[in-house]
Design a protein around this ligand. Structure first.
Ligand SMILES: [Zn+2]
Length: 117
């Protein structure tokens, strides 16, 4: 690496006021609100919860989490639909056919048996 490489020491803080407001908001409500979604399968409205240990929104309700398909990126699926798919042997076979990740297959089975979905 050439020694000429510049290292920016100035951080990207642009607006202290914004940050202060954000910190105040976070201290009052440390976790993001659930997000309202529509299930692509049953078209019902449902809420995707923020999962504290994961520090992200529940990945199981995003279809692309399971399928890893670009075209599924915008699609959400409610837990009852996931359960319905998993409990029907034909639908399960079809769905597991698109889930390439073996760990996710195990995860889905575990969600089903623990009544998480
Ligand atoms: Zn649904």
């Amino acid at each position: 690496m050439p020694a000429k490489t510049k290292i920016k020491k100035v951080s990207k803080i642009k607006n202290i006021k914004d940050i202060k407001q954000e910190l105040e908001r976070e201290s009052k409500n440390p976790f993001p609100d659930p997000i309202k979604s529509f299930c692509f399968n049953c078209k019902e409205e449902f809420w995707i919860k923020f999962v504290i240990p994961q520090q992200s929104y529940s990945s199981k309700n995003f279809l692309s989490y399971w399928t890893e398909q670009k075209e599924d990126r915008e699609k959400c699926i409610c837990s009852p639909c996931l359960r319905k798919i998993y409990s029907d042997s034909n639908q399960r076979k079809e769905f597991l056919g698109v889930v390439k990740d073996a760990k996710k297959k195990v995860c889905l089975r575990s969600y089903y048996s623990r009544n998480i979905i």
